[in-house]
Design a protein around this ligand. Structure first.
Ligand SMILES: [Zn+2]
Length: 254
């Protein structure tokens, strides 16, 4: 029983312990090339939350990791694929509002939303909801953006790529198909130069961009690469959780 994982812990533990920080992992449910599970984003984000919380707990910080929400925003071309669970922004906002209400009324004032899906964008939701919870500190961590990919991996990409494949190979190798079965994650670019140069942005039509649903070649992935990357990621998040636990919410600026 890990006292910092809500699904595992019990009322006896919680009754006798004051918790400062709540962490909500948020993923998605969608195809991830041929070789990774649909639950990749939720699975990896829940494990990262747990590992980071353990690092903080071991330093004396009282963190609680909530059950992961597996409902993400998807792009056209992926929404249509069987069992890809597209969830609207307004639905996400209602879920987050309910979570924050529950925690707020129970006295929690420090909150971390750990996002693990590139299509989710919680900043505006947080800005919109913040006035309802004026003295609650609501923060967002996006673990997949924390380091430049080139620091740990050879191939780029942002979906079922070398990074994500390495992460799942480390956490749940039994859920990864042999890499020979994976597609090469080859993704087409917009023809418009301005979109390539990021003068403009538009959502990608997934079915027209990628054959196998992947974006980024996963073939050079390994559990070792995943382990090293995750160690760096969970150390950084663990340090943040300790800082947040120890900080005075009335004295946040210098
Ligand atoms: Zn993913």
């Amino acid at each position: 029983m890990r006292p910092y994982i809500l699904e595992e812990t019990n009322w006896k533990q919680i009754k006798n312990q004051k918790y400062e920080v709540a962490v909500l992992p948020w993923g998605a449910t969608e195809p991830h090339n041929y070789h990774l599970p649909y639950g990749t984003d939720s699975l990896e984000t829940a494990r990262i939350a747990a590992d980071a919380a353990k690092k903080a707990w071991d330093k004396g910080s009282k963190i609680m990791v909530l059950p992961a929400i597996p409902l993400g925003i998807q792009n056209m071309g992926q929404i249509e694929l069987p069992f890809c669970l597209h969830t609207r922004l307004s639905t996400q906002q209602m879920i987050l509002e309910d979570m924050l209400s529950a925690l707020y009324n129970q006295g929690i004032r420090k909150f971390v939303l750990l996002n693990g899906h590139g299509g989710n964008d919680f900043k505006q939701i947080v800005r919109d909801l913040q006035p309802e919870f004026p003295d609650m500190f609501i923060s967002i961590v996006e673990w997949f953006k924390m380091f430049p990919l080139a620091q740990h991996f050879e191939e780029e990409g942002d979906h079922a790529n070398e990074m994500e494949t390495s992460v799942i190979m480390h956490y749940s190798p039994e859920l990864v198909r042999p890499l020979e079965e994976a597609g090469d994650g080859k993704a087409k670019k917009f023809k418009l130069k301005s979109l390539q140069e990021k003068v403009a942005w538009a959502p990608r039509h997934w079915g027209k961009v990628s054959e196998d649903t992947g974006v980024g070649n996963p073939k050079k992935a390994s559990a070792e690469k995943g382990k090293k990357f995750l160690d760096d990621v969970t150390t950084k998040i663990g340090d943040y959780l300790v800082e947040l636990d120890e900080c005075d919410l009335d004295d946040l600026y210098e």
